[in-house]
Design a protein around this ligand. Structure first.
Ligand code: HEM
Length: 105
Protein backbone atom coordinates (compact mmCIF):
# COMPACT_ATOMS: atom_id res chain seq x y z
CA UNK A 1 0.00 0.00 0.00
CA UNK A 2 2.89 2.40 0.72
CA UNK A 3 4.04 1.98 -2.88
CA UNK A 4 0.66 1.68 -4.59
CA UNK A 5 0.65 3.97 -7.67
CA UNK A 6 -3.07 4.53 -7.17
CA UNK A 7 -2.34 5.95 -3.71
CA UNK A 8 0.91 7.83 -4.24
CA UNK A 9 2.43 9.91 -6.99
CA UNK A 10 5.68 8.31 -8.17
CA UNK A 11 5.53 5.68 -5.40
CA UNK A 12 9.07 4.38 -6.01
CA UNK A 13 10.68 7.79 -5.63
CA UNK A 14 12.45 8.42 -2.30
CA UNK A 15 10.45 11.31 -0.93
CA UNK A 16 9.97 10.92 2.82
CA UNK A 17 8.21 14.30 3.05
CA UNK A 18 5.14 12.61 1.56
CA UNK A 19 4.61 10.85 4.89
CA UNK A 20 4.48 14.11 6.86
CA UNK A 21 0.74 14.30 6.16
CA UNK A 22 -1.23 13.53 9.30
CA UNK A 23 -4.46 11.59 9.56
CA UNK A 24 -6.47 14.78 9.95
CA UNK A 25 -5.26 16.25 6.69
CA UNK A 26 -7.06 15.75 3.43
CA UNK A 27 -4.72 12.99 2.22
CA UNK A 28 -6.55 10.62 4.55
CA UNK A 29 -5.26 7.34 5.87
CA UNK A 30 -2.59 6.25 3.43
CA UNK A 31 0.40 5.78 5.73
CA UNK A 32 -0.32 2.92 8.12
CA UNK A 33 2.95 1.21 9.07
CA UNK A 34 1.59 0.54 12.56
CA UNK A 35 -1.72 -1.02 11.60
CA UNK A 36 -5.09 0.42 12.52
CA UNK A 37 -7.94 -0.07 14.93
CA UNK A 38 -7.98 -2.00 18.20
CA UNK A 39 -4.89 -4.05 17.43
CA UNK A 40 -2.81 -1.14 16.13
CA UNK A 41 0.72 -0.91 17.45
CA UNK A 42 0.79 0.62 20.94
CA UNK A 43 4.48 1.45 20.48
CA UNK A 44 4.01 3.62 17.39
CA UNK A 45 5.08 6.88 19.04
CA UNK A 46 8.13 5.25 20.59
CA UNK A 47 8.92 3.55 17.26
CA UNK A 48 8.73 6.82 15.31
CA UNK A 49 10.86 8.67 17.86
CA UNK A 50 13.46 5.91 18.08
CA UNK A 51 13.86 5.82 14.30
CA UNK A 52 14.00 9.60 14.05
CA UNK A 53 16.66 9.80 16.76
CA UNK A 54 18.73 7.02 15.21
CA UNK A 55 18.54 8.53 11.71
CA UNK A 56 19.24 12.05 12.97
CA UNK A 57 22.25 10.76 14.92
CA UNK A 58 23.70 8.98 11.89
CA UNK A 59 23.23 12.04 9.70
CA UNK A 60 24.43 14.56 12.26
CA UNK A 61 27.54 12.68 13.40
CA UNK A 62 28.85 11.10 10.20
CA UNK A 63 29.75 12.10 6.68
CA UNK A 64 28.44 9.44 4.29
CA UNK A 65 29.82 8.49 0.88
CA UNK A 66 29.12 5.85 -1.73
CA UNK A 67 31.82 3.17 -2.15
CA UNK A 68 32.05 3.78 -5.92
CA UNK A 69 30.66 5.90 -8.73
CA UNK A 70 27.42 3.93 -9.09
CA UNK A 71 24.27 5.13 -7.41
CA UNK A 72 23.07 3.04 -4.48
CA UNK A 73 20.84 0.24 -5.75
CA UNK A 74 17.50 0.78 -4.03
CA UNK A 75 15.79 -2.26 -5.56
CA UNK A 76 13.61 -3.83 -2.87
CA UNK A 77 12.82 -7.46 -2.17
CA UNK A 78 9.17 -8.30 -1.69
CA UNK A 79 8.81 -9.43 1.91
CA UNK A 80 7.00 -8.51 5.12
CA UNK A 81 9.07 -5.36 5.45
CA UNK A 82 10.93 -3.33 2.85
CA UNK A 83 14.33 -4.97 2.49
CA UNK A 84 17.01 -3.91 0.01
CA UNK A 85 17.94 -6.57 -2.56
CA UNK A 86 21.57 -5.47 -2.29
CA UNK A 87 22.83 -4.66 1.21
CA UNK A 88 23.85 -1.04 1.64
CA UNK A 89 27.59 -0.50 1.48
CA UNK A 90 28.82 2.98 2.27
CA UNK A 91 31.75 4.79 3.81
CA UNK A 92 31.10 6.85 6.87
CA UNK A 93 33.48 9.02 8.79
CA UNK A 94 32.73 11.09 11.86
CA UNK A 95 32.61 14.85 11.38
CA UNK A 96 35.59 16.62 12.99
CA UNK A 97 33.93 17.68 16.23
CA UNK A 98 32.35 14.26 16.60
CA UNK A 99 35.69 12.47 16.20
CA UNK A 100 36.90 14.18 19.41
CA UNK A 101 33.75 13.16 21.19
CA UNK A 102 33.94 9.54 20.02
CA UNK A 103 37.59 9.26 21.06
CA UNK A 104 36.51 9.98 24.64
CA UNK A 105 33.91 7.20 24.74
C1 HEM B 1 9.10 1.39 13.88
C2 HEM B 1 8.73 0.59 14.85
C3 HEM B 1 7.47 -0.26 14.85
C4 HEM B 1 6.68 -0.67 13.82
C5 HEM B 1 6.83 -0.39 12.32
C6 HEM B 1 5.60 -1.46 14.40
C7 HEM B 1 4.57 -2.05 13.70
C8 HEM B 1 3.57 -2.80 14.25
C9 HEM B 1 2.48 -3.42 13.52
C10 HEM B 1 2.27 -3.31 12.00
C11 HEM B 1 1.72 -4.08 14.40
C12 HEM B 1 0.46 -4.90 14.07
C13 HEM B 1 -0.77 -4.01 14.09
C14 HEM B 1 -2.00 -4.78 13.63
O1 HEM B 1 -2.11 -5.97 13.94
O2 HEM B 1 -2.85 -4.17 12.95
C15 HEM B 1 2.31 -3.90 15.71
C16 HEM B 1 1.79 -4.43 16.87
C17 HEM B 1 2.35 -4.27 18.11
N1 HEM B 1 3.44 -3.50 18.43
FE1 HEM B 1 4.57 -2.47 17.12
N2 HEM B 1 5.77 -1.49 15.77
C18 HEM B 1 6.89 -0.77 16.09
C19 HEM B 1 7.40 -0.51 17.35
C20 HEM B 1 6.87 -1.01 18.52
C21 HEM B 1 7.38 -0.70 19.84
C22 HEM B 1 8.56 0.26 20.12
C23 HEM B 1 6.62 -1.38 20.73
C24 HEM B 1 6.70 -1.45 22.24
C25 HEM B 1 7.52 -0.71 22.97
C26 HEM B 1 5.62 -2.12 19.96
C27 HEM B 1 4.66 -2.95 20.49
C28 HEM B 1 3.67 -3.59 19.77
C29 HEM B 1 2.67 -4.47 20.38
C30 HEM B 1 2.54 -4.87 21.87
C31 HEM B 1 1.83 -4.89 19.32
C32 HEM B 1 0.60 -5.83 19.42
C33 HEM B 1 -0.66 -5.00 19.59
C34 HEM B 1 -1.89 -5.90 19.65
O3 HEM B 1 -1.87 -6.95 19.02
O4 HEM B 1 -2.86 -5.52 20.31
N3 HEM B 1 5.80 -1.86 18.63
N4 HEM B 1 3.43 -3.11 15.60
Amino acid sequence: MQRDPEMWEEPNRFEPERFEVTLEEKEGVKFIPFGMGRRACPGSTMGMRAIMLAMAGLIQCFEWERTGQEMVDMTPVVSMSMVKAQPLEAFCKPYGSMANLFSQL
